[in-house]
Design a protein around this ligand. Structure first.
Ligand SMILES: [Zn+2]
Length: 102
């Protein structure tokens, strides 16, 4: 029994770590910009990459680097980003809503 216990403990710890990663991923999808239907609104495409670099990685809090910046529809931007620190990938959605003074 005393021989088995450390192994069981490690397995439980690994499972807990995996669960934490999955939970953080779910949270990232639920947060603004996580899905196409809930993009982050910006006033121009020029600020998108600045916003991305200001967002912490969902896994480690590190800074994201933009891999691809696509425009799948007018005013819509899809960014394929990766964490500089832990290499966790993420998709971020933005919608350009020009700042109309009226
Ligand atoms: Zn990270």
């Amino acid at each position: 029994m005393s021989v088995k216990r450390p192994r069981v403990g490690r397995r439980l710890a690994e499972r807990a770590a995996r669960k934490l990663v999955q939970d953080r991923e779910k949270l990232a999808v639920l947060s603004p910009g996580g899905v196409r239907e809930r993009p982050i609104e910006v006033v121009s495409s020029a600020v998108i990459e600045v916003r991305v670099e200001g967002m912490p990685c969902a896994q480690c809090g590190g800074q994201y680097r933009v891999r691809e910046h696509e425009a799948p529809a007018p005013g819509l931007r899809k960014l394929d980003v990766i964490c500089r620190q832990c290499s966790a990938p993420r998709l971020l959605w933005f919608r350009i809503v020009p700042d109309d003074p009226n």
